[in-house]
Design a protein around this ligand. Structure first.
Ligand code: ADP
Length: 466
């Protein structure tokens, strides 16, 4: 049995920041990951590769506007297999970087390839192809992440998930002519917009009457209205089955669903389950007395601790905020609390985590938005700035969208914000700093945001309240 100060189950965003921090302080740390590499699902099949594909599409879109910019050039097209090669190269580059980072701390930190399961509160068994090893760990971080949710429907096995689309060295290197996307969560809607821009015939089939049900209703409807009208939205439906159909030596799929009581069938070359992700719980977690909530998620406190103080559950696995940067911050909260012998000294502020939906156009938000504020009984004051009046948006001719800020009406401190349109994913960074620090509307109104950048709107919106 090997003894370590910290063991992480998973070497993704919820695991490795704490592992590095604690190893750098001289403690003995192991990260167990069945992939045998660092950075989890985000780099292998999630945020990084999907955004690499998105950025290639963004460039392609810009190229279509070349005449607007006064540029010349004909026959500028794309080769989807080359876009995939580009995506793979970005992933490989980052894997090489992580390998170097691991080397730098190799005295105290080891990454072990294998599958981890709990034997008891301190002992974790690691199984790989040819061996089993037991580790006795003073502290444990469960950071086993999440996997795509598979709807239990007839023919589900014919669907792909975002994993097959974006995974390193994916076999899907040609673009289908048509795709049906089941579910209008952020994964489904993002992918719908990428494929639509590349000329694929896209249909989204969604059970609810609106898209992005996890997001503030008014903001989600702004996003829904901003989507290209070529994307077909079938809302308020129930999926019945997916069938594989042989055609001319190949095959495609029939997706059957009901809408307003009527059975409909749509045919497509590819069907994507885009329902989002569900936590992956390591074997044995339920046997060692760890508490789960009513939704079957590991229960944690604000210090990311489970009910067993030396065992933490950080990142996607706790299901509270399934984003890499949230996992990263949660992991550091764990590290700080481990340094304090598991007496909490650091806490996660989930309100200070920005979220971006990387659709065309991008949409980002953070903090408390109106729907939630109403539930919490907070009166809000709001102000907005339309990009139509923005110098940078005018230069790019991307005039749609807005920045909107929400203040507690009693204190005039900012509690939330959203941005849809140009640079949304960057602007939310400044706004989240304001939210995290509860900045007063007068401070935000006095920010000398740079001209001509899209951030000017942050201060200009606030000035409308003064
Ligand atoms: P997060 O961002 O929350 O850290 P990720 O999904 O990116 O989550 O990473 C989780 C990692 O945990 C994945 O690389 C996965 O292979 C690994 N993993 C999940 N369960 C186990 C397990 N039981 N043993 C070892 N590794 C695991």
């Amino acid at each position: 049995m090997k003894h370590v100060d910290l063991l992480t189950i998973g070497a993704g965003g919820g695991g490795y920041p704490a592992a590095f921090r604690i190893a750098r302080a001289g403690e003995k740390v192991v990260m167990i990951d069945s992939k045998g590499v660092m950075s989890g699902n985000c780099l292998e099949q999630g945020c990084v590769p999907s955004k690499a594909v998105r950025e290639a599409v963004e460039v392609y879109k810009l190229v279509q506007k070349r005449e607007y910019f006064g540029l010349k050039g004909d026959n500028i097209g794309f080769d989807y297999s080359k876009i995939i090669d580009f995506k793979d190269n970005v992933q490989k580059f980052r894997y090489a970087q992580h390998a170097k980072e691991l080397e730098e701390v190799s005295q105290n930190l080891k990454l072990i390839k294998g599958s981890a399961s709990f034997v008891d509160e301190h002992i974790v068994k690691v199984t790989n192809e040819d061996s089993e090893t037991l580790y006795n760990a003073d502290n444990i971080i469960i950071a086993s992440g999440a996997a795509p949710y598979i709807l239990p429907v007839e023919g589900a096995e014919h669907c792909i998930t975002s994993t097959e689309l974006y995974i390193l060295n994916t076999k899907i290197k040609t673009l289908s002519k048509s795709i049906v996307i089941l579910g209008a969560g952020y994964i489904g809607v993002e992918t719908a917009t990428f494929f639509n821009e590349l000329g694929v015939n896209v249909t989204i089939i969604q059970r609810s009457k609106r898209i992005l049900t996890a997001i503030d209703e008014r903001f989600a409807s702004l996003i829904q209205n901003s989507l290209d009208s070529k994307i077909k939205l079938e809302l308020g439906t129930e999926i019945k089955k997916i069938e594989k159909i042989g055609v001319n030596g190949g095959y495609n799929y029939n997706v059957s669903y009901t809408k307003d009581g009527v059975l409909k069938t749509i045919n497509a070359d590819l069907v994507l389950m885009g329902y989002g992700r569900k936590p992956v719980i390591p074997e044995g977690t339920d046997k060692i007395g760890i508490d789960f909530d009513a939704k079957g998620r590991i229960k944690i406190n604000g210090a990311i601790q489970t009910n067993i103080p030396h065992i933490y559950a950080s990142g996607d696995v706790n299901g509270l905020s399934m984003l890499f940067h949230s996992a990263e911050r949660q992991s550091l909260v764990c590290a700080n609390n481990i340094f304090a012998d598991n007496t909490p000294v650091d806490y996660m502020d989930f309100n200070a985590v920005p979220t971006t939906v990387f659709t065309f156009p991008k949409a980002a938000y953070a903090g408390i938005l109106p729907e939630q504020a109403k539930k919490m009984g907070i009166d809000i004051l709001q102000c907005s700035y339309d990009f139509v009046a923005d110098a940078k948006a005018q230069i790019y001719n991307e005039l749609d969208g807005e920045i909107r800020e929400f203040f507690d009406a009693k204190t005039l401190k900012i509690i939330g914000a959203w941005v849809i349109g140009i640079d949304a994913e960057l602007l939310i960074g400044e706004l989240v700093t304001a939210i995290q620090n509860s900045l007063d509307v007068r401070i935000i109104a006095s920010l000398p945001n740079q001209h001509p950048t899209s951030s000017e709107g942050i201060a200009k919106a606030a000035r409308k309240l003064l």
